[in-house]
Design a binder for this molecule. Structure first.
Ligand code: EPU
Length: 446
Protein backbone atom coordinates (compact mmCIF):
# COMPACT_ATOMS: atom_id res chain seq x y z
CA UNK A 1 0.00 0.00 0.00
CA UNK A 2 1.26 3.48 -0.84
CA UNK A 3 2.28 5.91 1.88
CA UNK A 4 3.58 9.49 1.97
CA UNK A 5 6.81 10.57 3.61
CA UNK A 6 6.52 14.30 4.33
CA UNK A 7 9.50 16.43 5.27
CA UNK A 8 7.88 19.28 7.15
CA UNK A 9 8.73 22.94 7.32
CA UNK A 10 8.55 24.07 3.68
CA UNK A 11 6.63 27.28 3.05
CA UNK A 12 4.28 26.81 0.09
CA UNK A 13 4.23 29.34 -2.72
CA UNK A 14 3.11 29.40 -6.32
CA UNK A 15 -0.06 28.86 -8.29
CA UNK A 16 -2.22 25.82 -8.93
CA UNK A 17 -5.66 25.28 -10.46
CA UNK A 18 -8.56 23.54 -8.70
CA UNK A 19 -9.95 20.44 -10.47
CA UNK A 20 -13.59 19.64 -11.13
CA UNK A 21 -15.58 18.37 -8.16
CA UNK A 22 -15.69 14.68 -7.27
CA UNK A 23 -18.96 14.97 -5.36
CA UNK A 24 -20.58 16.81 -8.26
CA UNK A 25 -19.19 14.41 -10.90
CA UNK A 26 -20.59 11.23 -9.34
CA UNK A 27 -24.33 12.08 -9.57
CA UNK A 28 -23.70 13.86 -12.90
CA UNK A 29 -22.30 10.60 -14.27
CA UNK A 30 -25.30 8.67 -12.87
CA UNK A 31 -27.63 11.06 -14.74
CA UNK A 32 -26.50 9.37 -17.97
CA UNK A 33 -28.85 6.52 -16.97
CA UNK A 34 -31.82 8.86 -17.60
CA UNK A 35 -31.36 8.98 -21.39
CA UNK A 36 -30.22 6.97 -24.40
CA UNK A 37 -28.43 10.04 -25.78
CA UNK A 38 -24.76 10.90 -25.10
CA UNK A 39 -23.81 12.99 -22.08
CA UNK A 40 -20.47 14.80 -22.23
CA UNK A 41 -18.91 15.97 -18.96
CA UNK A 42 -15.91 18.30 -18.94
CA UNK A 43 -13.46 18.83 -16.10
CA UNK A 44 -14.01 15.41 -14.49
CA UNK A 45 -11.17 14.85 -11.96
CA UNK A 46 -8.69 11.97 -12.22
CA UNK A 47 -9.68 10.01 -9.10
CA UNK A 48 -10.23 6.48 -7.88
CA UNK A 49 -13.90 7.22 -7.09
CA UNK A 50 -14.51 8.37 -10.68
CA UNK A 51 -12.96 5.16 -12.02
CA UNK A 52 -15.13 3.15 -9.61
CA UNK A 53 -18.24 4.98 -10.80
CA UNK A 54 -17.27 4.32 -14.44
CA UNK A 55 -16.87 0.63 -13.56
CA UNK A 56 -20.29 0.54 -11.89
CA UNK A 57 -22.00 2.34 -14.78
CA UNK A 58 -20.24 -0.01 -17.22
CA UNK A 59 -21.89 -2.96 -15.46
CA UNK A 60 -25.25 -1.17 -15.83
CA UNK A 61 -24.87 -0.88 -19.61
CA UNK A 62 -23.35 2.59 -19.85
CA UNK A 63 -20.48 3.00 -22.30
CA UNK A 64 -18.03 5.44 -20.68
CA UNK A 65 -15.39 6.95 -22.98
CA UNK A 66 -12.45 8.56 -21.16
CA UNK A 67 -11.64 8.35 -17.46
CA UNK A 68 -11.00 12.01 -16.61
CA UNK A 69 -11.01 15.41 -18.25
CA UNK A 70 -13.71 15.17 -20.88
CA UNK A 71 -15.74 11.97 -20.66
CA UNK A 72 -18.74 10.82 -22.68
CA UNK A 73 -21.37 8.46 -21.35
CA UNK A 74 -23.93 6.59 -23.44
CA UNK A 75 -26.49 4.39 -21.73
CA UNK A 76 -28.15 1.37 -23.31
CA UNK A 77 -31.36 0.36 -21.55
CA UNK A 78 -30.69 -3.37 -21.98
CA UNK A 79 -27.91 -3.32 -19.38
CA UNK A 80 -28.11 -4.97 -15.96
CA UNK A 81 -30.18 -3.11 -13.34
CA UNK A 82 -28.19 -4.48 -10.40
CA UNK A 83 -25.48 -2.43 -8.66
CA UNK A 84 -23.53 -5.17 -6.85
CA UNK A 85 -22.25 -4.91 -3.28
CA UNK A 86 -18.64 -5.28 -4.48
CA UNK A 87 -19.08 -2.07 -6.48
CA UNK A 88 -21.06 -0.04 -3.91
CA UNK A 89 -18.91 -1.14 -0.95
CA UNK A 90 -15.86 0.76 -2.20
CA UNK A 91 -17.86 3.89 -2.95
CA UNK A 92 -21.05 4.73 -1.09
CA UNK A 93 -21.98 7.26 -3.79
CA UNK A 94 -22.95 4.24 -5.91
CA UNK A 95 -26.40 4.72 -4.31
CA UNK A 96 -26.97 7.64 -6.69
CA UNK A 97 -27.65 5.27 -9.61
CA UNK A 98 -30.85 4.15 -7.86
CA UNK A 99 -33.16 7.07 -8.76
CA UNK A 100 -32.09 7.48 -12.42
CA UNK A 101 -32.20 3.74 -13.15
CA UNK A 102 -35.61 3.30 -11.54
CA UNK A 103 -37.08 6.30 -13.38
CA UNK A 104 -35.98 5.20 -16.85
CA UNK A 105 -35.93 1.40 -16.66
CA UNK A 106 -38.78 0.85 -14.20
CA UNK A 107 -36.66 -1.25 -11.85
CA UNK A 108 -33.34 -1.05 -10.04
CA UNK A 109 -31.51 -2.90 -7.34
CA UNK A 110 -28.58 -1.43 -5.47
CA UNK A 111 -26.66 -3.12 -2.67
CA UNK A 112 -27.33 -1.46 0.67
CA UNK A 113 -24.15 0.62 1.20
CA UNK A 114 -23.66 -0.14 4.92
CA UNK A 115 -21.90 2.07 7.46
CA UNK A 116 -18.51 3.69 7.20
CA UNK A 117 -15.77 4.81 9.57
CA UNK A 118 -17.57 7.96 10.57
CA UNK A 119 -20.90 6.44 11.45
CA UNK A 120 -24.00 4.61 10.40
CA UNK A 121 -24.87 6.62 7.23
CA UNK A 122 -28.44 5.43 6.58
CA UNK A 123 -30.29 5.82 3.24
CA UNK A 124 -33.83 5.93 4.66
CA UNK A 125 -34.48 9.41 3.23
CA UNK A 126 -33.55 8.31 -0.30
CA UNK A 127 -36.02 5.44 -0.03
CA UNK A 128 -38.74 7.55 1.56
CA UNK A 129 -38.47 10.03 -1.31
CA UNK A 130 -38.62 7.39 -4.04
CA UNK A 131 -41.57 5.67 -2.31
CA UNK A 132 -43.42 8.99 -2.27
CA UNK A 133 -43.00 9.01 -6.07
CA UNK A 134 -44.79 5.64 -6.17
CA UNK A 135 -41.86 3.21 -6.14
CA UNK A 136 -42.35 -0.16 -4.45
CA UNK A 137 -39.24 -0.80 -2.41
CA UNK A 138 -38.09 -3.84 -0.50
CA UNK A 139 -34.85 -5.21 0.88
CA UNK A 140 -33.79 -8.52 -0.69
CA UNK A 141 -30.60 -10.26 0.49
CA UNK A 142 -28.90 -6.99 1.32
CA UNK A 143 -30.04 -5.26 -1.89
CA UNK A 144 -32.50 -2.39 -2.15
CA UNK A 145 -34.97 -3.49 -4.81
CA UNK A 146 -37.16 -0.75 -6.33
CA UNK A 147 -39.84 -1.02 -8.98
CA UNK A 148 -42.42 1.30 -10.60
CA UNK A 149 -44.35 1.36 -13.89
CA UNK A 150 -43.98 5.11 -14.06
CA UNK A 151 -43.18 7.42 -11.18
CA UNK A 152 -45.82 9.97 -10.19
CA UNK A 153 -44.99 13.49 -8.96
CA UNK A 154 -45.57 14.24 -5.25
CA UNK A 155 -44.69 16.66 -2.48
CA UNK A 156 -41.87 15.19 -0.43
CA UNK A 157 -40.19 16.31 2.80
CA UNK A 158 -36.52 15.23 2.77
CA UNK A 159 -35.32 16.57 6.13
CA UNK A 160 -33.77 14.17 8.65
CA UNK A 161 -32.21 14.40 12.11
CA UNK A 162 -28.98 15.84 10.66
CA UNK A 163 -30.53 18.14 8.05
CA UNK A 164 -31.27 17.16 4.49
CA UNK A 165 -29.43 14.60 2.41
CA UNK A 166 -27.23 15.53 -0.53
CA UNK A 167 -27.24 12.29 -2.50
CA UNK A 168 -30.85 11.63 -1.42
CA UNK A 169 -31.86 14.95 -2.98
CA UNK A 170 -29.86 14.05 -6.11
CA UNK A 171 -31.63 10.68 -6.33
CA UNK A 172 -35.16 12.01 -5.86
CA UNK A 173 -34.66 15.09 -8.07
CA UNK A 174 -33.18 12.95 -10.88
CA UNK A 175 -35.97 10.38 -10.65
CA UNK A 176 -38.70 13.06 -10.61
CA UNK A 177 -37.52 14.47 -13.97
CA UNK A 178 -39.23 11.51 -15.71
CA UNK A 179 -42.29 11.25 -13.38
CA UNK A 180 -45.74 12.35 -14.48
CA UNK A 181 -46.79 15.71 -13.04
CA UNK A 182 -45.12 17.98 -10.53
CA UNK A 183 -42.78 17.03 -7.68
CA UNK A 184 -41.90 19.42 -4.88
CA UNK A 185 -38.95 18.52 -2.64
CA UNK A 186 -39.15 20.37 0.66
CA UNK A 187 -36.07 20.54 2.90
CA UNK A 188 -33.94 19.69 -0.12
CA UNK A 189 -30.15 19.82 0.25
CA UNK A 190 -28.90 23.27 -0.87
CA UNK A 191 -25.35 22.14 -1.68
CA UNK A 192 -23.91 23.62 -4.91
CA UNK A 193 -23.43 20.07 -6.24
CA UNK A 194 -27.26 19.81 -6.36
CA UNK A 195 -27.50 23.04 -8.37
CA UNK A 196 -24.81 21.69 -10.72
CA UNK A 197 -26.78 18.47 -11.23
CA UNK A 198 -29.98 20.44 -11.92
CA UNK A 199 -28.08 22.48 -14.51
CA UNK A 200 -27.12 19.30 -16.37
CA UNK A 201 -30.63 17.81 -16.06
CA UNK A 202 -32.21 21.02 -17.39
CA UNK A 203 -29.75 20.98 -20.31
CA UNK A 204 -31.02 17.42 -20.99
CA UNK A 205 -34.58 18.76 -21.17
CA UNK A 206 -35.74 18.49 -17.54
CA UNK A 207 -37.86 21.24 -15.96
CA UNK A 208 -36.34 21.93 -12.55
CA UNK A 209 -36.48 25.18 -10.62
CA UNK A 210 -35.24 26.11 -7.17
CA UNK A 211 -32.19 23.80 -7.07
CA UNK A 212 -29.74 25.24 -4.53
CA UNK A 213 -32.64 26.28 -2.24
CA UNK A 214 -34.61 24.16 0.26
CA UNK A 215 -37.58 23.87 -2.12
CA UNK A 216 -37.03 22.28 -5.52
CA UNK A 217 -39.86 21.98 -8.04
CA UNK A 218 -39.66 19.46 -10.87
CA UNK A 219 -42.22 19.20 -13.67
CA UNK A 220 -41.85 15.74 -15.15
CA UNK A 221 -41.20 15.21 -18.88
CA UNK A 222 -41.56 12.08 -21.06
CA UNK A 223 -37.93 11.80 -22.03
CA UNK A 224 -34.54 13.44 -21.67
CA UNK A 225 -31.87 13.98 -24.32
CA UNK A 226 -28.09 14.41 -24.45
CA UNK A 227 -26.12 17.37 -23.10
CA UNK A 228 -22.65 18.81 -22.68
CA UNK A 229 -21.76 20.11 -19.21
CA UNK A 230 -18.71 21.45 -17.37
CA UNK A 231 -18.35 20.17 -13.80
CA UNK A 232 -18.12 22.83 -11.05
CA UNK A 233 -14.75 23.25 -9.26
CA UNK A 234 -14.20 21.11 -6.17
CA UNK A 235 -14.92 23.28 -3.12
CA UNK A 236 -13.44 20.73 -0.69
CA UNK A 237 -10.18 20.38 -2.62
CA UNK A 238 -10.04 24.19 -2.92
CA UNK A 239 -10.46 24.55 0.86
CA UNK A 240 -7.82 21.91 1.53
CA UNK A 241 -5.21 23.72 -0.59
CA UNK A 242 -6.13 27.08 0.98
CA UNK A 243 -5.51 25.46 4.37
CA UNK A 244 -2.22 23.98 3.13
CA UNK A 245 -1.11 27.51 2.24
CA UNK A 246 -2.22 28.80 5.65
CA UNK A 247 -0.61 26.06 7.74
CA UNK A 248 2.77 26.63 6.05
CA UNK A 249 2.48 30.41 6.33
CA UNK A 250 2.61 30.38 2.55
CA UNK A 251 1.60 32.59 -0.34
CA UNK A 252 -0.42 30.56 -2.81
CA UNK A 253 -2.67 31.54 -5.70
CA UNK A 254 -5.54 29.18 -6.47
CA UNK A 255 -7.14 29.40 -9.92
CA UNK A 256 -10.73 28.21 -10.52
CA UNK A 257 -11.51 28.76 -6.84
CA UNK A 258 -15.28 28.51 -6.12
CA UNK A 259 -15.28 31.61 -3.89
CA UNK A 260 -19.06 32.04 -3.78
CA UNK A 261 -19.54 28.43 -2.67
CA UNK A 262 -17.02 28.77 0.16
CA UNK A 263 -18.19 31.82 2.08
CA UNK A 264 -18.50 29.87 5.35
CA UNK A 265 -14.93 28.57 5.07
CA UNK A 266 -13.60 32.01 4.07
CA UNK A 267 -15.45 33.54 7.03
CA UNK A 268 -13.68 31.20 9.48
CA UNK A 269 -10.30 31.66 7.75
CA UNK A 270 -10.68 35.43 8.00
CA UNK A 271 -11.55 35.18 11.69
CA UNK A 272 -8.36 33.14 12.17
CA UNK A 273 -6.17 35.66 10.35
CA UNK A 274 -5.88 33.97 6.95
CA UNK A 275 -6.46 36.28 3.96
CA UNK A 276 -8.28 34.95 0.90
CA UNK A 277 -8.23 37.76 -1.67
CA UNK A 278 -9.91 37.66 -5.06
CA UNK A 279 -7.38 38.83 -7.64
CA UNK A 280 -9.82 40.05 -10.29
CA UNK A 281 -13.27 41.15 -9.10
CA UNK A 282 -14.66 40.88 -12.65
CA UNK A 283 -14.07 37.09 -12.77
CA UNK A 284 -16.96 34.66 -12.15
CA UNK A 285 -17.13 34.35 -8.31
CA UNK A 286 -17.81 30.63 -8.70
CA UNK A 287 -14.53 30.09 -10.57
CA UNK A 288 -11.96 32.78 -9.89
CA UNK A 289 -8.34 33.27 -8.85
CA UNK A 290 -7.62 33.95 -5.16
CA UNK A 291 -4.41 34.58 -3.26
CA UNK A 292 -4.08 32.97 0.16
CA UNK A 293 -1.69 34.55 2.68
CA UNK A 294 -1.52 34.43 6.45
CA UNK A 295 -0.73 36.82 9.26
CA UNK A 296 1.96 35.73 11.69
CA UNK A 297 -0.17 34.91 14.73
CA UNK A 298 -3.44 33.05 14.19
CA UNK A 299 -6.43 33.61 16.47
CA UNK A 300 -8.55 30.71 17.80
CA UNK A 301 -12.10 30.25 16.42
CA UNK A 302 -15.27 28.26 17.02
CA UNK A 303 -16.61 26.14 14.17
CA UNK A 304 -19.82 24.12 13.85
CA UNK A 305 -20.31 21.96 10.78
CA UNK A 306 -23.70 22.35 9.14
CA UNK A 307 -25.45 21.67 5.85
CA UNK A 308 -24.68 24.20 3.09
CA UNK A 309 -24.32 27.18 3.26
CA UNK A 310 -22.90 26.41 6.73
CA UNK A 311 -19.36 25.20 7.38
CA UNK A 312 -18.84 21.86 5.52
CA UNK A 313 -18.16 18.65 7.42
CA UNK A 314 -15.78 17.69 4.60
CA UNK A 315 -13.39 20.48 5.70
CA UNK A 316 -13.64 19.82 9.43
CA UNK A 317 -10.58 17.55 9.72
CA UNK A 318 -8.30 19.76 7.59
CA UNK A 319 -9.28 22.85 9.61
CA UNK A 320 -8.48 21.01 12.83
CA UNK A 321 -4.87 20.61 11.69
CA UNK A 322 -4.56 24.40 11.33
CA UNK A 323 -6.32 25.12 14.64
CA UNK A 324 -3.71 22.99 16.42
CA UNK A 325 -1.21 25.78 15.66
CA UNK A 326 -3.24 28.84 16.67
CA UNK A 327 -2.67 30.81 19.85
CA UNK A 328 -5.44 29.86 22.32
CA UNK A 329 -8.36 27.44 22.50
CA UNK A 330 -10.58 26.65 19.51
CA UNK A 331 -13.73 24.52 19.45
CA UNK A 332 -15.08 22.34 16.65
CA UNK A 333 -18.57 20.82 16.87
CA UNK A 334 -19.48 18.21 14.24
CA UNK A 335 -23.23 18.28 13.55
CA UNK A 336 -23.39 16.15 10.38
CA UNK A 337 -21.34 13.09 11.38
CA UNK A 338 -20.82 13.21 15.19
CA UNK A 339 -18.29 10.34 14.96
CA UNK A 340 -16.11 11.84 12.22
CA UNK A 341 -13.03 12.24 14.40
CA UNK A 342 -10.63 9.44 13.40
CA UNK A 343 -7.92 12.07 12.88
CA UNK A 344 -8.02 13.29 16.52
CA UNK A 345 -5.92 10.47 17.96
CA UNK A 346 -3.42 10.72 15.11
CA UNK A 347 -2.98 14.50 15.50
CA UNK A 348 -2.41 13.91 19.21
CA UNK A 349 0.49 11.61 18.27
CA UNK A 350 2.06 14.61 16.56
CA UNK A 351 1.88 16.73 19.71
CA UNK A 352 -1.57 18.32 19.29
CA UNK A 353 -3.55 18.99 22.46
CA UNK A 354 -7.10 17.87 21.74
CA UNK A 355 -9.94 17.14 24.15
CA UNK A 356 -13.03 15.44 22.74
CA UNK A 357 -16.44 15.13 24.32
CA UNK A 358 -19.00 13.54 22.01
CA UNK A 359 -19.37 15.67 18.87
CA UNK A 360 -17.16 18.48 20.22
CA UNK A 361 -13.38 18.81 20.25
CA UNK A 362 -11.52 21.52 22.16
CA UNK A 363 -8.21 22.34 20.52
CA UNK A 364 -5.58 23.92 22.73
CA UNK A 365 -3.12 25.59 20.38
CA UNK A 366 0.53 24.48 20.56
CA UNK A 367 3.60 26.21 19.14
CA UNK A 368 4.75 23.20 17.11
CA UNK A 369 3.73 19.79 15.83
CA UNK A 370 6.28 16.98 15.62
CA UNK A 371 6.51 14.50 12.74
CA UNK A 372 5.37 10.93 13.45
CA UNK A 373 4.08 7.83 11.65
CA UNK A 374 0.28 8.32 11.38
CA UNK A 375 -2.63 6.70 9.60
CA UNK A 376 -6.14 7.86 8.88
CA UNK A 377 -9.06 5.70 7.96
CA UNK A 378 -10.95 8.12 5.73
CA UNK A 379 -10.40 10.59 2.93
CA UNK A 380 -10.60 13.97 4.71
CA UNK A 381 -8.85 12.66 7.84
CA UNK A 382 -5.92 11.66 5.61
CA UNK A 383 -5.85 15.17 4.11
CA UNK A 384 -5.74 16.59 7.65
CA UNK A 385 -2.67 14.49 8.47
CA UNK A 386 -0.89 15.61 5.30
CA UNK A 387 -1.48 19.25 6.28
CA UNK A 388 -0.20 18.56 9.78
CA UNK A 389 2.86 16.86 8.27
CA UNK A 390 3.59 19.92 6.10
CA UNK A 391 3.81 22.10 9.20
CA UNK A 392 5.42 19.61 11.59
CA UNK A 393 9.06 19.52 12.55
CA UNK A 394 10.85 16.50 11.07
CA UNK A 395 9.34 13.69 9.04
CA UNK A 396 5.74 12.47 9.03
CA UNK A 397 4.72 9.23 7.39
CA UNK A 398 1.06 9.00 6.38
CA UNK A 399 0.03 5.43 5.54
CA UNK A 400 -2.88 4.16 3.47
CA UNK A 401 -2.97 7.08 1.09
CA UNK A 402 -5.46 5.18 -1.07
CA UNK A 403 -8.03 7.09 0.99
CA UNK A 404 -6.54 10.35 -0.32
CA UNK A 405 -6.43 9.08 -3.89
CA UNK A 406 -10.23 8.73 -3.77
CA UNK A 407 -10.67 12.50 -3.54
CA UNK A 408 -7.40 14.30 -4.45
CA UNK A 409 -5.70 13.83 -7.77
CA UNK A 410 -1.99 13.12 -7.05
CA UNK A 411 -1.96 15.39 -4.03
CA UNK A 412 1.77 15.00 -3.47
CA UNK A 413 2.56 16.29 -6.97
CA UNK A 414 0.33 19.31 -6.51
CA UNK A 415 1.87 20.18 -3.13
CA UNK A 416 5.42 19.51 -4.37
CA UNK A 417 4.80 21.94 -7.23
CA UNK A 418 4.24 24.54 -4.50
CA UNK A 419 7.47 23.66 -2.72
CA UNK A 420 6.42 20.84 -0.38
CA UNK A 421 8.70 17.83 0.06
CA UNK A 422 6.55 14.70 -0.13
CA UNK A 423 7.55 11.28 -1.42
CA UNK A 424 5.10 8.52 -2.27
CA UNK A 425 6.43 5.04 -1.58
CA UNK A 426 5.19 1.50 -1.29
CA UNK A 427 5.04 0.81 2.43
CA UNK A 428 4.80 -2.97 1.83
CA UNK A 429 8.05 -3.23 -0.14
CA UNK A 430 10.75 -5.12 1.86
CA UNK A 431 13.29 -2.40 1.24
CA UNK A 432 11.09 0.62 1.45
CA UNK A 433 11.82 2.68 -1.66
CA UNK A 434 10.76 6.28 -1.92
CA UNK A 435 9.68 7.20 -5.43
CA UNK A 436 9.81 10.94 -6.01
CA UNK A 437 7.09 11.79 -8.53
CA UNK A 438 7.50 14.29 -11.38
CA UNK A 439 5.87 17.60 -10.51
CA UNK A 440 2.54 18.42 -12.20
CA UNK A 441 2.84 22.18 -12.34
CA UNK A 442 0.05 24.32 -13.69
CA UNK A 443 2.12 27.43 -13.28
CA UNK A 444 4.59 28.15 -10.53
CA UNK A 445 4.83 31.82 -9.75
CA UNK A 446 7.55 31.92 -7.12
N1 EPU B 1 -28.81 10.84 6.54
C1 EPU B 1 -29.91 10.22 7.05
N2 EPU B 1 -30.70 9.48 6.20
C2 EPU B 1 -30.43 9.38 4.87
C3 EPU B 1 -29.32 10.04 4.36
C4 EPU B 1 -28.51 10.77 5.22
O1 EPU B 1 -30.19 10.30 8.24
O2 EPU B 1 -31.19 8.72 4.16
C5 EPU B 1 -27.95 11.63 7.42
C6 EPU B 1 -26.48 11.17 7.39
O3 EPU B 1 -26.24 10.12 8.29
C7 EPU B 1 -25.76 12.45 7.74
C8 EPU B 1 -26.61 13.52 7.10
O4 EPU B 1 -27.90 12.94 6.92
O5 EPU B 1 -25.77 12.65 9.13
C9 EPU B 1 -26.10 14.04 5.78
O6 EPU B 1 -25.81 12.94 4.90
P1 EPU B 1 -25.94 13.06 3.33
O7 EPU B 1 -26.95 12.09 2.83
O8 EPU B 1 -26.14 14.49 2.95
O9 EPU B 1 -24.51 12.57 2.85
P2 EPU B 1 -24.21 11.93 1.44
O10 EPU B 1 -25.08 12.54 0.42
O11 EPU B 1 -24.17 10.45 1.54
C10 EPU B 1 -22.44 13.68 0.65
C11 EPU B 1 -20.98 13.70 0.31
C12 EPU B 1 -20.16 13.54 1.58
C13 EPU B 1 -20.52 14.66 2.54
C14 EPU B 1 -22.02 14.67 2.82
C15 EPU B 1 -22.47 15.82 3.69
C16 EPU B 1 -20.91 12.73 -1.91
C17 EPU B 1 -20.48 11.62 -2.79
N3 EPU B 1 -20.68 12.59 -0.60
O12 EPU B 1 -22.70 12.40 1.22
O13 EPU B 1 -18.80 13.69 1.17
O14 EPU B 1 -19.82 14.51 3.75
O15 EPU B 1 -22.74 14.75 1.57
O16 EPU B 1 -22.14 17.03 3.10
O17 EPU B 1 -21.42 13.73 -2.38
C18 EPU B 1 -16.47 13.35 1.28
O18 EPU B 1 -16.40 13.89 0.15
O19 EPU B 1 -15.47 13.14 1.99
C19 EPU B 1 -17.79 12.97 1.78
C20 EPU B 1 -17.95 12.09 2.76
Amino acid sequence: MDAFRIHGGARLSGRIAIDGSKNASLPLMAAALLTDQPITLRGVPDLADIRNMSGLLGELGVDVQGDHGTITLLSCDDGSTHARYEMVRTMRAGICVLGPMLARRGRASVAMPGGCVFGERPVDLHLRGLEALGARIELRSGDIFAEADRLVGATIFLGGPFGSTVLGTANVMSAATLATGRTVIESAACEPEIADLAELLNAMGARISGAGTPRITIDGVDELGGADHTVMPDRIVASTYALAAAITNGDVTLNDFPYDNLLSVIDRLTALGVHVERLDPTEDPKRCAVQVTTQRVLRPVMITTQPYPGYPTDVQAQMMALLCLTEGNSIITEKIYPERFGHVAELSRMGARLFRQGPTVMIQGVTRLVGAPVMASDLRGSACLVLAGLAAEGTTTVSRVYHLDRGYSRMEETLNALGARIERFNADAPEEQAVPMPARVVEVVA
